[in-house]
Design a protein around this ligand. Structure first.
Ligand SMILES: NC(=O)c1ccc[n+]([C@@H]2O[C@H](COP(=O)([O-])OP(=O)(O)OC[C@H]3O[C@@H](n4cnc5c(N)ncnc54)[C@H](O)[C@@H]3O)[C@@H](O)[C@H]2O)c1
Length: 348
């Protein structure tokens, strides 16, 4: 079991990564409300259990309010715990409920997908969908404990594992050269879910993301933006495909495009694009639009890109890889970005 702790603003976040990490719940004081998806009933005893719908449907504002209703009905108080067990969708909706209930109920995240373990469960962003506003309602709220129990990954399909690996590759490319080297040498152990390899990639990813979040919790200092590498073009691809392309695959192609832009604009050292392509291919992740096998409406993609939450006036702050494990933020005029994006998306 790998254990560590990071201070994020005014909260201490403890992390445990390893098979059996879930048992840690037994020693929590106070009452526990376990929120989990209908399809996955975890082997944990709670004082209250709430099953939410699977996937994106479960991430609705109404579900968050239903959780709050049940907490009130069962007299939960701020000393009690909300334990979110599930993929990123469940973590997002449950985290949001915990953050608004009595201005904050103790939150424990127990991610059950690789994406949840290396990304959604860390960093304190919560979000719900409301009508057409996807992820537009949310809070910053840190869990006090994150339990990454590897036994959940036994049942996770390889395709879901791969999607989470896209985020792991992202950390390696812009933040962590040591992780890049590890992934290059151990890709088959990771894809075969060998325990020590998974423990290593998950704990490195959590440390990398938490360190960034500790420096810039609310995305106000131009540091947390690094986590957006591949996501500007990636989101455009998702939107242009009417969200038929899964997020992890879209950001995989997005990282290739953004690395190429960085190189063309003279910010990335020679060879960075090849290094990006090499690692993504080792994990069977797509490196071109053709490999996504999806119809992309370029116009729709570009509109989504210009509406991106990260846009500031006529510029977009992009995190560019400079060399493996390093990055810098660059303000790119929207027009320039659109030109490059058209090239990547084949609209030119
Ligand atoms: N808050 C954040 O910082 C943040 C970051 C990244 C992503 N997200 C959000 O996370 C969501 C995506 O997360 P996700 O990819 O985990 O999706 P998900 O929660 O929909 O889970 C993916 C699928 O895997 C299944 N599943 C979950 N655990 C399983 C297990 N152990 N074995 C077998 N199947 C299992 C789920 O039922 C679901 O069908 C999106 O809504 C995204 O917006 C949030």
């Amino acid at each position: 079991m790998i254990e560590f702790r990071e201070k994020v603003c005014c909260s201490d976040v403890s992390v445990k990564v390893g098979r059996g990490a879930l048992r840690e719940l037994e020693s929590l004081p106070g009452r526990k409300c376990i929120v989990h998806p209908k399809s996955l009933k975890p082997d944990v005893k709670g004082d209250l259990e709430i099953a939410v719908e699977d996937g994106e449907k479960g991430k609705d504002l109404r579900n968050a309010l239903e959780i709050v209703d049940k907490l009130l009905e069962h007299d939960f108080t701020r000393g009690d715990y909300l334990v979110a067990v599930g993929g990123g969708t469940v973590l997002d909706v449950a985290g949001f409920s915990a953050s608004i209930f009595m201005r904050g109920l103790n939150l424990v995240n127990v991610p059950t997908t690789l994406l949840g373990m290396v990304d959604a469960g860390i960093g304190g962003k919560t979000g719900v969908n409301y009508g057409k506003a996807k992820n537009m309602i949310g809070t910053f709220y840190q869990p006090s404990l994150i339990l990454d129990d590897l036994s959940f990954l036994d049942t996770l399909p390889t395709e879901e594992l791969r999607r989470g690996l896209a985020e792991v590759v992202k950390y390696a490319l812009v933040l962590d050269k040591e992780l890049y080297d590890f992934l290059s040498l151990n890709h088959s152990s990771v894809l075969n879910k060998e325990e020590s390899a998974l423990e290593k990639v998950i704990s490195s990813s959590v440390r990398d993301k938490l360190a960034v979040v500790a420096e810039d919790e609310r995305e106000t200092k131009g540091v947390r933006i690094v986590l957006n590498f591949g996501h500007t073009i990636g989101h455009a691809i998702e939107a242009g495909s009417d969200f038929t392309v899964p997020h992890g695959l879209a950001i995989s192609v997005g990282m290739v495009c953004e690395a190429k832009i960085a190189e063309e604009m003279g910010y990335a050292e020679e060879g960075v694009v090849e290094d990006v392509l090499w690692l993504l291919q080792l994990f069977g992740l797509p490196i071109s639009l053709e490999q996504l096998n999806a119809k992309i409406d370029v116009e729709k993609a570009l509109i989504a890109m210009t509406k991106d939450k990260k846009r500031r006036g006529e510029e977009v702050l992009l995190p560019f890889p400079t060399r493996i494990g390093n990055w810098r933020g660059v303000r790119v005029p929207l027009e320039t970005l659109e030109g490059f994006a058209k090239q990547c998306l084949g609209g030119n």
